[in-house]
Design a protein around this ligand. Structure first.
Ligand code: 4NP
Length: 161
């Protein structure tokens, strides 16, 4: 496996869930001294919020766990299929939309549901917190902390293989 290993997190707007996954993963990577071996980015399937920073309610929930969110929303583009090693969809709609964009089915093996990597939660999707209250944003962070731990273990295995 060529380094750095490249991860792309994808949700609908790229202002709540996927920037959180990116921030949490970068936090774990830094904690474990893996900078330079794994790099992370995020994108949205929609163009609704292109150019916007992460949602302030999401940023606040992340800050309560000492995690910093950064970046500006961008829309997923077809070249991302080639550029990234693994593409993590936050929910089933995001997953289906990504597979639909891969017209020739060339990259299906790179696209996974983020919750496939959870070991402590039974959720199949990261719920969209956008129209809900603070508890929903906190839950996204807890769920993603679990998924990112599992994902990091998986990526480290891939790197060693
Ligand atoms: P995200 O959350 O996909 O986790 O960034 C959302 C952000 C915006 C909207 C929906 C979900 N929206 O409908 O504008």
């Amino acid at each position: 496996m060529a380094l750095p290993y490249k991860l792309l997190f994808v949700c609908l707007g790229n202002i709540c869930r996927s920037p959180s996954a990116e921030g949490i993963m970068n936090h774990l990577i830094q904690q474990r001294g893996l900078e330079g071996q794994i790099i992370c980015d995020s994108a949205g399937t929609s163009s609704y919020h292109v150019g916007s920073p992460p949602d302030r309610r999401m940023t606040a929930a992340a800050a309560r766990r000492n995690i910093t969110l950064s970046g500006q929303a961008r829309q997923f583009e077809l070249s991302d299929f080639e550029a990234f090693d693994l593409i993590l969809a936050m929910d089933k709609d995001n997953y289906e939309n990504l597979l639909y964009l891969d017209r020739e089915g060339k990259y299906q093996h790179k696209v996974k549901l983020m919750c496939d990597f959870c070991t402590q939660h039974r959720d199949r999707e990261v719920p969209d917190p956008y129209y809900g209250g603070e508890a929903g944003f906190n839950y996204v962070i807890d769920l993603l902390l679990d998924a990112c731990e599992g994902l990091l273990a998986h990526v480290q295995q891939e790197i060693r293989a």
